[in-house]
Design a protein around this ligand. Structure first.
Ligand code: GAR
Length: 189
């Protein structure tokens, strides 16, 4: 199964997915394309080192979302992509991609949705005083972190935790859960 990862930042989840494919934890999965909307994002350097093909663009070079999503659609088609994985892609997906990819596009979010959608989900959970939080992988729809939940895992917020230690725990859980979600998609969908 050929997958594309969309990312805007650090790319630690892209690395976890790629490492899992190389270690054969994700058998039969090939990370065939990065789509990135920020040319200065660290993930761009990371894919160069790893030899992963990439489409890097600046949204301001296009008239609107529709225009750049048409180009992304063509790149996905050329790369024969079967599943799109949003891993820190900090942009709402528009109608061009949603129409083509409904049911084949998943997003990673660092909370137990429907709790704490949107930005800074880890900080939101921390400030709420919640005793547990977690990570969600869900199908993408037109809303912000609203699509049908595909896989979810809880962790406790312990008395000795700080916001920083909680973020570390969430990120290492993400690095486990996202490859698992890709495997589940490959097996079940
Ligand atoms: C991850 O924590 C992901 O859950 C979050 O961005 C981070 C990307 O990290 N996504 C969202 O908050 C989406 N609403 P990474 O660039 O190191 O993979």
């Amino acid at each position: 199964m050929r997958i594309a990862v969309f990312a805007s930042g650090r790319g630690s989840n892209l690395q976890a997915i790629h490492d899992a494919t190389l270690a054969n934890d994700l058998q039969g999965v090939s990370l065939a394309l990065l789509v990135c909307d920020r040319p200065d994002a660290p993930v761009v350097e990371e894919v160069k080192k790893r030899g992963i093909p990439a489409f890097i663009f600046s949204p301001q070079d296009y008239a609107d979302k529709k225009d750049y999503e048409i180009v992304i659609s063509e790149k996905l088609k050329t790369a024969k992509i079967e599943l799109v994985v949003l891993a820190g892609y900090m942009r709402l997906v528009g109608s061009v991609l949603l129409e083509k990819w409904e049911g084949r596009m998943i997003n990673l979010h660092p909370s137990l949705l429907p709790l704490f959608p949107g930005i800074d989900a880890i900080g939101q959970a921390w400030r709420s005083g919640a005793k547990e939080t977690g990570v969600t992988v869900h199908f993408v729809d037109a809303g912000m972190d609203t699509g049908q939940i595909f896989l979810q895992q809880k962790i406790s917020v312990d008395p000795e935790d700080t916001e920083v230690s909680l973020a570390k725990k969430i990120h290492s859980l993400e690095h486990q859960l996202l490859p698992k979600a890709i495997q589940k998609f490959q097996q079940e969908m």
